[in-house]
Design a protein around this ligand. Structure first.
Ligand code: ZN
Length: 181
C-alpha cells in the first residue's frame, strides 16, 4: 500500500554507493536478504529526471518503469527533480555509480537528491539487458537499497547478471523497497 509520509526537516549530508563490474568470487549473502541503506525519500511518489540518451535511455527508462510498476514506489518524470538518471564515462571498473544527498534528523534519514549513473566506458561491452541491469541496480540504491543476494538486481557485482540475468526487480528487491515505503 502507498502511504503518506511525514516530510522532515533536514540537514545536509552525502553518501556514495558503487557497483563493481569486476568478476570477484564472493558470497552475496543469503537468499531473500535485502539490505536497507537506512535513508528514504520523503514520499513514495518520487520525481525523477532522466537525461540519458540512445541505448542508455532505453535501458534506464525500462529500469525506471520496472521499479515504479512492481513496487509501492511511483516514479514520475520531472525536469526539476533532484533525482537524476544519467551516464558517465570512466575506466574505473564500475558498471555504474550512485551518489546521494541525505539529511538526518530525529525522524530518520531522508534522501534529498540522487544521481544514478551508468558507466558508458564499462557499458560499451554490455548487452542491452546488462545495461538495463546496471540502471535497475543503481536505481535500487537511489531508492534506499544496499546490496543483496547474487540472484537479485541488488547483487553485489555486475558479473552476477551474466549468471542470473536479472534486470527486473526480483521478489527480494521488491520486498526491500516495499519495506521502506
Ligand atoms: Zn551497488
Amino acid at each position: 500500500m502507498k502511504r503518506p509520509k511525514i516530510r522532515t526537516r533536514v540537514t545536509a549530508a552525502a553518501a556514495a554507493i558503487l557497483i563493481s563490474s569486476a568478476l570477484v568470487l564472493v558470497q552475496g549473502g543469503p537468499a531473500n536478504a535485502y539490505s536497507l541503506y537506512g535513508c528514504k525519500w520523503s514520499s513514495a511518489t518520487i520525481s525523477i529526471r532522466n537525461i540519458t540518451a540512445g541505448v542508455y535511455s532505453t535501458a534506464s527508462s525500462a529500469a525506471i518503469l520496472s521499479w515504479s510498476n512492481l513496487t509501492d514506489v511511483t516514479l514520475t518524470a520531472s525536469s526539476s527533480s533532484p533525482f537524476v538518471v544519467t551516464t558517465y564515462n570512466a575506466n574505473d571498473g564500475l558498471a555504474g555509480k550512485t551518489t546521494m544527498s541525505t539529511a538526518t534528523n530525529a525522524f530518520g534519514c531522508t534522501i534529498t537528491g540522487a544521481n544514478a549513473a551508468g558507466n558508458t566506458y564499462t557499458g560499451a561491452s554490455y548487452s542491452a539487458g546488462k545495461k538495463r541491469f546496471a540502471y535497475a541496480h543503481e536505481l535500487g540504491h537511489a531508492l534506499g537499497l544496499n546490496h543483496s543476494a547474487n540472484n537479485t538486481v541488488m547483487a553485489p557485482f555486475a558479473s552476477y547478471y551474466d549468471t542470473y540475468l536479472n534486470n527486473v526487480p526480483t521478489t527480494d528487491d521488491i520486498n526491500g523497497i516495499n519495506a521502506i515505503y
